[in-house]
Design a protein around this ligand. Structure first.
Ligand SMILES: NC(=O)c1ccc[n+]([C@@H]2O[C@H](COP(=O)([O-])OP(=O)(O)OC[C@H]3O[C@@H](n4cnc5c(N)ncnc54)[C@H](O)[C@@H]3O)[C@@H](O)[C@H]2O)c1
Length: 249
């Protein structure tokens, strides 16, 4: 199996893309830890996989350090990090306020820095590791109703490229995926928060894909597993669109 015996941490793995990724990595032989603010959900998914589910708030560096310490104590050194935890509050920029900015930036961008900062030094020291950051097409083409989220996800792409360059000499790779509309609770929060308008925004994203449909969490998980594996050994600093051709570069 492609990931036999590797230890992986998936943040935000209690739901959606993160849960599908945890399942996929485990199916490929990895020993998977799931860290989520929904610690019960994390433990439920982990129980299916004989993995480790634990409380992790990616905004909090102490929480991240404690989680990494526990994972490395129980499963071994983390060789795969999937920074997947994310959220959005869907509002047009003129209707947002600094509380929303702070919340959306802290989970989607600051959270990636926090968890990477807890894991990357060990990877560099061991001269081995693969990081996959879950960005979004919103970070490349911008998404209406998601301006702060788009800014955060663009930041994740820049960060991924910078750490890929800094870590290459340590044989640590870093890549990102940019999902398009994927059927998860996050995508469906747009209609819940904005009603009919949110439904139109969601449909607009689906219409913008070349394939003309939304994707499944499993389709994103397959791309993440590839980037985490040695099949992607000559790939670093890239952002792979998993979006039915919503963007094409
Ligand atoms: N669904 C889509 O259409 C879509 C598109 C592009 C990118 N993404 C990205 O994919 C990733 C997964 O999203 P999803 O669609 O599966 O959403 P989801 O809501 O199903 O799952 C997100 C998970 O992140 C967890 N989480 C939220 N805040 C957290 C925090 N502070 N610390 C730890 N965990 C936290 C949640 O509890 C949840 O389990 C996110 O980064 C999201 O931005 C999703």
């Amino acid at each position: 199996m492609r990931l036999e015996g590797r230890v992986a941490l998936v943040t935000g793995g209690a739901s959606g893309i993160g849960a599908a990724t945890a399942r996929r990595l485990a199916a490929e032989g990895a020993r998977v830890a799931i860290g989520d603010v929904d610690d019960e959900g994390a433990r439920d998914v982990a129980a299916e996989l004989d993995g480790l589910g634990l409380a992790l708030d990616v905004r909090d560096s102490r929480s991240a350090r404690q989680a990494v310490e526990r994972i490395e104590g129980e499963l071994g050194a983390i060789e795969i990090l999937v920074n997947n935890a994310g959220t959005d509050r869907f509002a047009f920029f003129v209707n947002t306020d600094p509380d929303l900015w702070e919340h959306v930036l802290s989970v989607n961008l600051y959270g990636v820095l926090v968890v990477t900062h807890a894991v990357l030094p060990g990877m560099q020291e061991r001269r081995s590791g693969a990081i996959v950051n879950v960005s979004s097409e919103a970070g490349r083409v911008g998404s209406q109703g998601s301006s702060i989220y788009s800014a955060a996800k663009a930041g994740v792409i820049g960060f991924t490229e910078a750490i890929a360059r800094e870590s290459a000499r340590f044989r640590v790779r870093a890549n990102a995926v940019a999902p398009g509309p994927i059927e998860t609770p996050l995508l469906n929060a747009a209609p819940e928060i904005l009603g009919e308008l949110g439904e139109r925004l969601k449909q607009g994203m689906i219409n913008a894909t070349a394939l003309g449909r939304s994707g499944s969490p499993e389709e994103v998980a397959a791309a993440i597993a590839f980037l985490a594996s040695d099949d992607a050994s000559y790939i670093t600093g890239q952002t792979l669109g998993v979006s039915g051709g919503l963007s094409m570069w």
